[in-house]
Design a protein around this ligand. Structure first.
Ligand SMILES: [Zn+2]
Length: 153
């Protein structure tokens, strides 16, 4: 979890540049671009070390879903509930959420009614948009997600 990893980095004296290095790339687990968190592969609470070899970039969803499981336990837990392995990227989830729903903001809202998930989706689309990938498509998605989120307020 991020707070533990952040504490670990303070203990280890990591610089912001070193932290950026860990976060420079994709989620270690699902491949989502622009991951925002650092995860202990073997959880810190389970004796995992603060060594760089045990720290990887992770997206919000993977970090929450993995929680304090080892990768093996996490894969088994996902298999047990019929969830995909490896986990889908945020973009895949977003595309699933929006496929065929572009005229149905209520359905999008129902699918992303969790505000934290909504925030992470909006943030992700915004990041992709700013990085210039398929600007029109992502701008349309962002507008739609904002509209869906706004409907709940
Ligand atoms: Zn991930």
């Amino acid at each position: 979890m991020i707070s533990t990893a952040t504490r670990a980095m303070r203990r280890e004296g990591f610089t912001p540049a070193q932290r950026d290095n860990i976060l420079d790339g994709c989620c270690h687990y699902c491949g989502t671009a622009f991951p925002s968190e650092v995860d202990h592969v073997i959880p810190w609470s389970r004796g995992g070390s603060d060594d760089l070899e045990n720290l990887v970039a992770a997206c919000y969803r993977c970090n929450r879903d993995k929680s304090d499981l080892t990768p093996e336990e996490w894969a088994a837990a996902r298999a047990g509930r019929g969830a995909a392995w490896p986990p889908p990227t945020r973009e895949a989830i977003l595309l699933d959420l929006t496929a065929g729903l572009v005229d149905d903001a209520d359905a999008v809202h129902a699918a992303v009614s969790d505000e934290t998930l909504l925030d992470s989706l909006v943030s992700y689309v915004d990041q992709v948009h700013r990085h210039g990938e398929d600007r029109d498509r992502h701008a349309a998605m962002l507008a739609m997600i904002h509209a869906a989120g706004g409907a709940s307020k």
